[in-house]
Design a protein around this ligand. Sequence first.
Ligand code: PXG
Length: 464
Amino acid sequence: MSQPTHNLTKHWQALDAAHHVHPFSDTAALNKEGVRVITRAQGVYLWDSEGKKIIDGMAGLWCVQVGYGNKELAEAGCEALKTLPYYNHFFKTTNPYTAELAAKLASLLPSGHEHVLFANSGSEANDSALKLIRYYWNLKKKPEKKIHLSREYAYHGVTMAAASLSGLTPMHPQWDLPLPGFEKVPTPYWFGAKAAGYGDIGEDEFGLLIAGRLEEKILEIGADKVASFSAEPVHGAGGVIFPPSTYWKEVQRICAKYDVLLHLDEVITGFGRTGEWFGAVTYGIAPDITTMAKGLSSGYQPISAISLGTRMAQTILHANEELVHGYTYSGHPVASAVALKNLEVIERLSLVHRVRNEIGPYLQRRLHETFDDHPIVGQVRGIGLLAAIELVPDRKERRFFADTGNVGAHCRNYCFNSGLISRAIRDTMVLSPPLIVSESEVEEIIAKLKSAIDNTARDFGKLR
Ligand code: PXG
């Protein structure tokens, strides 16, 4: 595989076209275009089957915290595969890797979160969290508290419940979702506020106003019927949207006032992405339940977790009955071993500190220096190693391009052709590089993005 040939590319493309249905893709259209075959990766770089080198500004799907090709993680997985390739936790059993991982997570999580359950993906974690929330209210003898609130623009995954929880509307019609019992509230997307008809409102004021919409929704439904409010500390796939400084405090006040459980989806924001171990710390949030995946194993193995805060743990762990839930692969030994090693590596390399104090501020500063005055950039925003650049027709106005997504897709194609992976969400270019990215690699990402945005501006008549 180290010297891929054109013939092999065609071979893999043909097999894939004949048999593989791709996630979030029009597979028939993709097959006409020809799928890209990624064959190896090292550090922040990927190589395709034609030998093209690509810098990964997205850490895979927001998950490869320690970068690709980390030998320690590979060896930890290999060792577990040889020692205990599989066993489950159903029959009065545990294994050393999973027990140690649970304890390690308890030491890193926000205070009060001492207990974790394991699953295999972010979607499963969120699905499990909703079940645990329902169970909690049943145990509390408030079975009528069953409505799950979440936000527009939220991405929480694709199972029936996680997709119902998600607020990205294209995720629903194909599957007759959301299920009954899922309701949405607006999100404090300040950059879009003017276009959405909120006028020239300040960011902090907007944060309070939108938090107030949560309160209105709870009152409209009746607090006695609302089970939970789910949210990402920062929206990821919905467009890398950061909360105004007023927002989370007010949301927590409202949840406490109406006895609504707060479920924090840390699938993207966990494990250093925002410069703390968890987004809860960055934004001062005390959740009742959290879900995590992705960076937990740096994506090297499929594993996710759900942590219970004191209140939920005390109730659920003292129910004096069996918890009728769990997956064949909950706390898989190989995935647990890799996740455990991943957390050890993140700690030993001080990656969280590095994101908060060094490489995160460096990335943010360079993005501002490069794009603040660009004719088609309306806003540069970010924290840690998470950033977004809003492409707009006029940089002075918070207004979007008419044909949403077209300019973003155009820019993303330029990025890819120059060997950079950046995501376009609508017309927002987003970055979420591995936490080990160096300053010179940040410069490479920014130079390629700059050239892609310049070319895009030229093509749309905004730059000569
Ligand atoms: N919660 C959040 C916040 C996520 O970002 C999930 C849950 C679901 O995780 P799983 O492991 O079930 O995929 C996610 C996943 C994108 C993209 O295009 C983002 C995700 C997944 C796939 C694509 O940005 N996030």
